[in-house]
Design a protein around this ligand. Structure first.
Ligand code: OOG
Ligand code: MG
Length: 264
């Protein structure tokens, strides 16, 4: 496939995104700076970013999907889910502390996380395939960040910014898939003692397992395959909330326990 930008131009963008992510700096949108920057360019930058991370020894542990719920699509004014990669060093322990110094505009969102079994089928096409391939499901808070100044947002640029990934907290009480009805888990987000978000797990594509089907298909289309053991964040179930130093956030998941994080 021919891309609208040269490999050199895409590498230069990946370098700038990497620098902004590492140091909490702001960038202009690639779509404003480069004529023709589209989704294919966004994913090409994301791949280059992943290569840079690997060279630095950052360990990839799985994937994130974004914009999989109506609430998130409406909040960000888009209608297409996106994907990204997550690494071991993005994890914050449950009940732990998340420094904000290297984040630009952190936001939190509650997500259902899946951890796949070590050996899984090459392609997961149905909900039953996903559940059979799942080791356990855990509640999560994703801490997203955008490196683009003034909250500017468009899909190709966000994809180049690894779908706004920054940190994640996995916690609560992990459950086996057979113990849950993934369409109806109640989720409440509490920030500094106030309820700021509510959803049912089915807000994510009717059933967050469908995120994994989409992810599996997306990987297959690009000649890759979902790896056994992957951790997958299935997408925010309700609107993301801005956070800053001093905030405490707790996401309460029905029958799955709480996930908490404090920002400093
Ligand atoms: C894009 C990332 C979206 C989700 O769960 O919907 C995402 C953004 O909102 O900046 O992670
Ligand atoms: Mg998310």
């Amino acid at each position: 496939m021919t891309l609208a930008l040269s490999r050199k131009a895409l590498s230069a963008i990946a370098e700038r995104v990497d620098e902004a992510q590492t140091n909490g700096r702001s960038l202009t949108l690639p779509t404003e700076a480069h004529e023709g920057f589209d989704m294919a360019c966004g994913y090409a930058v994301q791949d280059l970013l992943r290569d840079r991370w690997k060279v630095r020894g950052r360990r990839l542990v799985g994937y994130k999907a974004g914009l999989t719920s109506r609430a998130k699509m409406a909040q960000m004014k888009v209608d297409t889910p996106t994907f990204g990669f997550i690494t071991a060093d993005m994890a914050v322990p449950d009940g732990g502390i998340c420094p904000t110094r290297l984040l630009s505009r952190p936001r939190v969102e509650p997500e259902i996380a899946f951890v796949l079994k070590p050996d899984i089928a090459a392609a997961l096409r149905t909900e039953a395939d996903v559940l059979a391939a799942t080791d356990f499901i855990a509640p999560a808070i994703e801490i997203i960040d955008s490196r683009y100044a003034d909250y500017k947002f468009d899909l190709p640029s966000v994809v180049a910014d690894n779908s706004s990934s920054a940190r994640y907290v996995i916690g609560g009480r992990p459950r086996r898939p057979a113990e849950l009805d993934l369409r109806t888990i109640g989720i409440v987000v509490v920030q500094n003692g106030e309820v700021v978000g509510e959803a049912a797990s089915g807000a994510v594509l009717g059933n967050p397992a469908r995120t994994i089907i989409m992810l599996s298909q997306w990987l297959e289309d690009r000649g890759e395959a979902l790896e056994g053991g992957s951790l997958i964040l299935t997408g925010g179930a309700c609107e993301a909330q801005l956070v800053s130093a001093g905030d405490s956030v707790c996401a309460r998941f029905q029958d799955m326990g709480d996930v908490t994080v404090r920002f400093v």
